[in-house]
Write a new protein. Structure first.
Length: 161
């Protein structure tokens, strides 16, 4: 006898993968504008390039052979090193919510931009469902990113959260 909920889940997702990238997460920097004489130009400061390269390298073995098509769901969990003020004995051993900068939306933008450039999909506008959380790591844990990407076949049922 088959599990009907498993059949429903299988019908909704065609591609799914999960991987971890070690390192301290870095947000996508804002584009900068500069005026040189009578000309203005914009440039990317490139401060997140090493982090983006680490994400691409860690996810390379999971990358699909051809760019993903259709709507996508991306779940990102960012883990930051604990500051010394949270390493006291009385502080919890488990992860703690990270409520400081960088902003979650800028962290997500860096991940989506580098995966678009690496050929995971044609345009990050295909990502219709994004979830991002920021945490300080467990005591003794390793900072980094856990990424989960699925290709969504159909929209979830009404009332789905």
């Amino acid at each position: 006898m088959t599990n009907p909920s498993a059949d429903t889940k299988a019908a909704r997702f065609r591609f799914a993968c999960e991987w971890r990238t070690d390192g301290t997460p870095v947000a996508q920097p804002r584009v900068r504008a500069v005026a040189r004489g009578k000309h203005a130009s914009v440039y990317d400061p490139g401060t997140a390039n090493a982090w983006k390269a680490a994400i691409v390298a860690a996810g390379e073995r999971h990358r699909p052979a051809a760019p993903l098509q259709g709507p996508l769901r991306v779940v990102l969990r960012f883990y930051f090193p604990r500051p010394k003020r949270l390493l006291r004995r009385k502080d919890p051993i488990d992860r703690i919510a990270h409520t400081a900068k960088p902003d979650a939306d800028n962290l997500v933008k860096a991940v989506l931009d580098c995966l678009t450039g690496a050929g995971w999909w044609n345009d990050d506008a295909q990502v219709c469902d994004v979830s991002a959380t920021k945490w300080y790591v467990n005591k003794g844990g390793t900072p980094g990113l856990i990424a989960f990407i699925t290709q969504v076949e159909q929209p979830p049922e009404e009332g789905y959260l």
